[in-house]
Design a protein around this ligand. Structure first.
Ligand SMILES: [Zn+2]
Length: 74
């Protein structure tokens, strides 16, 4: 399941429920045109997954962020 969060702390994968993209916080692209995690949190669009795995995000139809995970299907 995906749960709303207001913090990046304690999770590896963070989803944007607005764009349905998932980010790997261990590979976060912090450049201006990168993942923009702070923007996702500020817009209240951030979710985390239980279990905290890419497979779980995929099973909920989240797509890879092209910046940190690559292989986006879009
Ligand atoms: Zn990303």
């Amino acid at each position: 399941m995906a749960y709303t969060t207001k913090t990046r702390t304690g999770h590896r994968f963070l989803g944007n429920k607005n764009t349905k993209e998932v980010h790997d916080l261990e590979k976060e692209d912090t450049s201006g045109s990168g993942c923009q995690i702070d923007e996702i949190l500020r817009a209240d669009n951030a979710v985390y997954f239980i279990p905290d795995t890419l497979a779980q995000a995929k099973s909920e139809n989240y797509d890879n962020c092209a910046k940190c995970l690559g292989s986006s299907r879009r």
